[in-house]
Design a protein around this ligand. Structure first.
Ligand code: UDP
Length: 397
């Protein structure tokens, strides 16, 4: 006799949305997470009343009205608009690439002048059909911007030459002949007031979050009502006293949101990921860099960017008061190796082929759903993760 309808492995966005919908449909759900906290990589930790994005900055943005309406059920979003600044050896440029950037780079004043300059550099480079990130970048914004704002940053972030990276990565960034510093072309954008952890806790429907593996101790569901029980600090692969098969036996179906290659014990080989290390500091001053994100786009500075977390919420705490201190995180990119946290799937051809093989194994796995950035090995933004989870719920619930 199984105790639960679903075992959800991973309390990040995919897992939380799935658990929420399943409970709503009357299912009994057990959610486990290896970390001591819920919310996966969108987890925010409070330091001096600042919601610190512990696993990297997350700015919610979407064009998908359904997803935007959905998240409103769990959080109020503020009006934060992401406008990172690029620092190239102390020269500052506006991002994404727009008229402010072009004016600073070339002194051009009108959109026609900017377009001409880009066209001239594109022609000189002689690129017809961009085959990689370098060619794609030069054909979008020309060589000067590529050299100062893209090349160094990208090679630090991905640890690979731009000529070996897929073109799609750079297409994430808008190029505009207007004075618009909004990093995203999304209809909707903002940061959940109170932090992402609270938003995910609301998705988990107020479930009691407990440490360890004493399963079955959550609120007993009444009749057919759905329920969610959350256990943190439980490793699906290495739970004390409960090997993976025992955990799986607790539920009819498993929703697995960890790395797909890890699930299969890497038996077809390792998929490549980029990992990130954060050096976080609490500073005894109110303002370090005057912006949430500053990207260090030269090759020499070892970090890719510095996040100053308070600016995601305009320097205010949840009660609307100014915060006298500040928390910053320097971000260092590295190649993932076993034991590290995987952050970015490397969606190039080689890894794409290996993923397809794992996906075939996943499809043949009875009663296991693979989802999320790691489960689907896809450079997903948050809204896409939510959309993917909702689609899956529509299929199976
Ligand atoms: N990028 C860049 N310079 C920047 C910011 C981004 O060249 O200052 C490139 C880089 O290749 C990066 C890609 O754009 O991998 C996508 O950036 P995005 O900000 O979307 O990455 P994320 O926020 O997901 O780390």
């Amino acid at each position: 006799m199984t105790k639960y309808d679903y075992l959800v492995v991973g309390a990040g966005l995919y897992g939380a949305v799935f658990a929420h919908e399943a409970a709503k449909a009357g299912k009994k759900v057990l959610v486990i997470d290896r970390r001591p906290n819920i919310a996966g990589n969108v987890y925010t930790e409070d330091i001096e009343k600042i919601h610190v994005h512990k696993y990297g900055a997350h700015i919610f943005h979407t064009n998908d009205q359904k997803v935007w309406e959905y998240v409103q059920n769990f959080a109020v979003f503020n009006r934060f608009t992401n406008s990172p600044v690029a620092n190239f050896h102390g020269e500052l440029y506006s991002l994404p690439f727009n008229m402010y950037t072009f004016n600073k780079m070339w002194g051009v004043v009108t959109p026609e002048e900017a377009a001409e300059k880009i066209e001239e550099q594109r022609r000189e480079a002689g690129i017809k059909e961009p085959k990689n990130l370098e060619e794609q970048a030069i054909s979008l914004v020309g060589t000067d911007i590529y050299e100062k704002l893209i090349k160094g940053y990208t090679e630090k972030q991905w640890g690979r030459p731009c000529t070996e990276l897929p073109a799609f990565i750079i297409k994430r960034l808008p190029v505009r002949l207007t004075f618009d510093n909004n990093y995203f072309n999304a209809l909707y954008q903002g940061i959940p007031v109170g932090g992402y952890t609270k938003m995910v806790a609301n998705m988990l429907a107020g479930a009691k979050v407990q440490e360890g593996e004493d399963f079955g101790t959550g609120e007993a569901p009444v009749d057919d009502a759905g329920s969610i029980e959350v256990h943190v600090g439980v490793d699906f692969f290495d739970a004390e006293g409960a090997p993976r098969e025992d955990l799986k036996a607790l539920a009819d179906k498993v929703v697995y949101t960890g790395a797909i290659d890890a699930y299969f014990g890497y038996k077809l080989g390792y998929l490549e990921y980029r990992s990130v290390r954060f050096e976080t500091e609490l500073l005894d001053k109110p303002n370090f860099q005057g912006n949430a994100a500053v990207n260090y786009t030269d090759r020499e500075t070892p970090w890719t960017r510095i996040i100053e977390h308070k600016w995601f919420e305009f320097g205010k705490d949840d009660d609307g008061n100014d915060i006298p201190k500040t928390v910053i995180s320097r971000e260092f990119s590295s190649e993932w190796k076993p034991g590290d946290e995987p952050y970015y799937p490397v969606n190039d051809e080689k890894n794409g082929r290996l993923y397809e093989e794992y996906k075939r194994l996943a499809e043949a796995e009875d009663n296991v759903i693979f989802g999320g950035r790691l489960g689907e090995y896809k450079y997903y933004d948050m809204d896409k993760v939510i959309a993917s989870a909702l689609d899956m719920c529509g299929e199976v619930l």
